[in-house]
Ligand binder design. Structure first.
Ligand code: HEM
Ligand SMILES: *[C@@H]1O[C@H](CO)[C@@H](O)[C@H](O)[C@H]1NC(C)=O
Ligand SMILES: *[C@@H]1O[C@H](CO)[C@@H](O)[C@H](O)[C@H]1NC(C)=O
Ligand SMILES: *[C@@H]1O[C@H](CO)[C@@H](O)[C@H](O)[C@H]1NC(C)=O
Ligand SMILES: *[C@@H]1O[C@H](CO)[C@@H](O)[C@H](O)[C@H]1NC(C)=O
Length: 365
């Protein structure tokens, strides 16, 4: 357990961001910066961001790589030493920590590439004009799903409820709501990250336990429980917090069955599509047309198909991003299954093309 206890003292003491530091849509990365695990400026190498995500927060190396390549798409993906901003892209003329060689890109600017609609707590870009701060009401709705008592545990079943609420809210309030395959995977994965990566771990609860205090701290929320308020970039790892056990990092081999189970528990959010003409005009894409008949709405809920489809569709829609994946995984001396290995284990149907012209009817695309 001493290995799992995360140091939040001394050089790793919490310090809120300064005026010129960057923070963005990812609570995990904001917290890593606030504790000096990645640069407190919020600009660090993709390599260091991925490494610290695995070391401190228990991300699997392959999951981190998947996130890393989607997060810096547009940068030179063969070089994970390049700097990335975890928030806005800094002005081209700003030099930061000697890392600058080319202008870093920023996670705020990855809309429809990683940053997506229907996030757990962040607002939809075209509805709020801000896709990086917590919208207090979204967090409050999540928080209220458990009683304010010692029994509160924000586990998977709670997150199944929350993702359905968030999906419905985007349908009802965001005229440009777009939920293509990549956006769906971003929303589903980041919802899963809440219980899977923010939970506290102990011998009696080896799978983790996420109470209200830890949840609030990890999301930078404070104030009375009925009117919780976000402070930009103040995500904090609480004292006495224990990460996932070493050797049980959240790899794609664990993410995939979680996606499959979520698809069974919340099938209504596993529908690729978007609002076509204003709010409440959600129309699904015909999955069979999109995938050349390989998947259908019904088959998506069978076996590992939901995970298969999402991972394959991401690989097809971001070929240049994924091309570098194996190289980066190798560079990171990946000890775990490669993506190809994962897809093999999942026994996926073979998907070779996505007809992305079917997505062009959605204004949010
Ligand atoms: C390579 C490392 C990572 C990258 C590039 C990354 C990037 C991102 C991005 C772009 C988003 C916004 C997605 C959206 O709009 O839905 C996001 C959200 C999120 N990330 Fe990360 N992330 C990384 C690691 C982590 C880790 C280690 C955690 C562990 C706690 C984490 C937890 C979350 C959560 C919970 C959200 C949802 C935020 C919300 O809407 O409430 N991420 N991340
Ligand atoms: C960088 O450019 C901005 C305008 O884009 C300007 O306001 C700022 O003074 C410049 N900073 C430096 C260090 O040149
Ligand atoms: C995590 O769990 C351990 C063991 O139950 C406990 O001592 C510790 O206070 C918990 N940490 C937090 C932040 O709740
Ligand atoms: C979109 O909705 C408006 C009313 O909200 C309607 O006038 C218009 O015909 C609709 N357009 C299409 C293409 O359905
Ligand atoms: C892709 O979909 C569009 C729009 O429905 C259609 O016109 C086109 O023929 C499809 N392309 C392929 C290769 O199936």
């Amino acid at each position: 357990s001493s290995d799992q206890l995360i140091d939040v003292e001394g050089v790793h003491a919490f310090q809120p961001p300064g005026e010129y530091d960057f923070r963005g849509p990812c609570p995990g990365l904001n917290a890593l910066a606030n504790h000096g695990y990645i640069s407190r400026t919020g600009i660090d190498s993709v390599f260091n961001i991925m490494t610290q995500s695995t070391q401190v927060l228990g991300f699997g190396i392959d999951t981190a790589t998947f996130a890393g390549v989607l997060g810096c798409f547009g940068a030179d993906l063969y070089d994970p030493t390049l700097p990335l901003s975890i928030g806005a892209a800094p002005p081209a003329n700003q030099t930061i920590g000697g890392l600058l060689g080319s202008a870093p890109s920023g996670l705020d600017g990855t809309h429809n590439q990683f940053e997506s609609d229907a996030s757990p707590t962040r607002g939809d870009l075209y509805q709020f004009g801000n896709n990086y701060d917590v919208q207090n009401s979204f967090f409050q709705e999540l928080f209220n799903l458990q009683p304010q008592s010692s029994s509160a545990n924000y586990d998977l079943t709670v997150i199944y409820q929350h993702i359905q609420t968030r999906f419905q809210q985007s349908v009802a309030n965001n005229p440009y709501f777009f939920y293509g395959p990549v956006e769906l995977v971003a929303s589903v994965a980041t919802h899963l990250f809440v219980p899977r990566l923010m939970s506290n771990h102990s011998a009696t609860q080896p799978d983790g336990y996420l109470n209200g205090e830890v949840l609030k701290s990890m999301f930078g929320m404070s104030g009375p429980d009925g009117t919780l308020t976000y402070t930009h970039g103040h995500e904090q790892i609480p004292a006495n917090w224990y990460r996932r056990p070493f050797g049980d990092e959240y790899t794609l081999a664990l993410v995939a069955p979680d996606i499959a189970n979520m698809a069974l528990a919340a099938p209504n959010v596993f529908v690729v599509g978007g609002n076509l003409n204003g709010t409440n005009s959600y129309a699904p894409v015909d999955l069979s047309d999109l995938t050349g008949g390989v998947y259908s709405a019904a088959s998506l809920l069978e076996g590992n198909n939901a995970a298969c489809f999402l991972i394959q569709a991401t690989m097809i829609l971001f070929p240049s991003a994924i091309k570098g994946l194996q190289t980066i995984v190798d560079t990171l001396l990946a000890q775990l299954a490669t993506l190809t290995g994962i897809l093999g284990d999942l026994n996926c149907p073979q998907l070779t093309t996505i007809n992305s012209s079917l997505l062009e009817v959605y204004p949010g695309y």
